[in-house]
Design a protein around this ligand. Sequence first.
Ligand SMILES: [Zn+2]
Length: 425
Amino acid sequence: MQLEVKTVLNRIQHFVGFVYQDVRLCSSRGQLRIEARIEPHGGIRARCSECRRPAPGYDQLPERSWLFVPLWGVVTWFLYAPRRVECPEHGVVVEHIPWSEGKRPVTKAMMCFLARWARRLSWRETARAFHTSWECVYRSVEWFVQWGLAHRKLQGVEAIGVDEIHWGKSKRADNFLTVIYQIDRHCRRLLWVGKRRTQATLRRGLKALGSEVVHGLRFVCSDMWRPYLGVIAAQANQALHVLDRFHITSQLNQALDQVRRAESGQLRAAGRVQAERLKHMRWKLLRRGSRVRGKAKRELGRLLNTKLVTARAWALKDLFEHFWTYKSLRCAGDFLEFWTWRALRSRIAPMQKVARTLRSHRELLMNWFRAKGEISAAAVEGLNNKIRVVTRRSYGFRTYEAMEIALYHALGKLPEPGEFTHRFC
Ligand SMILES: [Zn+2]
């Protein structure tokens, strides 16, 4: 059998009611392009684009072109002159064109193609690789994501994590995001993202998920950011609200780092050699003690044998790790009492501050044990790290909206429009 491009197109992109008339290889200014001209099928009536029902023809519009997936690396266009129909219900409207989406000059197949590649490459690289513009890639991903959001299923969401993420350079309110994750064992994904970290933001997010989802929640996991605590208590009070391990640990680490920096500064001012050593101990101190090994462990051991304040602060931080290992609620409560008592007596201001915060959130902290291991400590942390990869990688997001689309695209586990197209990648 002689293989023609038309045969290939008919096999991978066949549209009922339309035929490929001819396929040409053209060359303009040294650039090759493939043009596939499409005609209506003589025996099949055009359909109304509103109701998809067949309707009598009205007239024909001038020829339009749509960018298709490049064939053999050659830019490929579909050419077609759309008809208008006179629908009994909707009047004179443009016919339904199965490869087209509104006024976009790109076929659905190409939008799927670009959107899938845009998960593996940056948007700029995707545009460059397939000879198109950044804007075209952005619009394709946007369409892909909106389709996914409209078709995703939210049944069975039982555990969510709410968190705040900083992005960009400045610390303005607009540079924070509120994110809502699903953190169930069977499905971890980004459910919602919104600008700022206020009560209004979270209320907007919960509203977007719908009251059915919010009332079906069994666990809500968050940090101690006050606006969130209030909204969660008001809207999802049937759910067990847990303060998660990841955030408590990072609070302790922040306090410890504050102590280290202050002390290192004082030592330097006094001209002591220890200052330099302390400066390089940062990650060894911030890691979980049991995870520091080898040479780093010996260095840490040496530091902890000194009389430095940092050593005492480290010991307090490390001691708190025990908290998470308890099985009994009462023992965990006793331990929390013991730890805060020690921290408050330590005369290390940042540690005292953490102790006071933990004491005032005691009930929410204890919910960690009431959840009986149903909440994974690493879920929120893992998703946060993935978000950072997206916000930091230079996708060249020009606007907040573009970044939001990119986050849903990378982390939303959204269903994909698949009915229109052969999978090109
Ligand atoms: Zn109609």
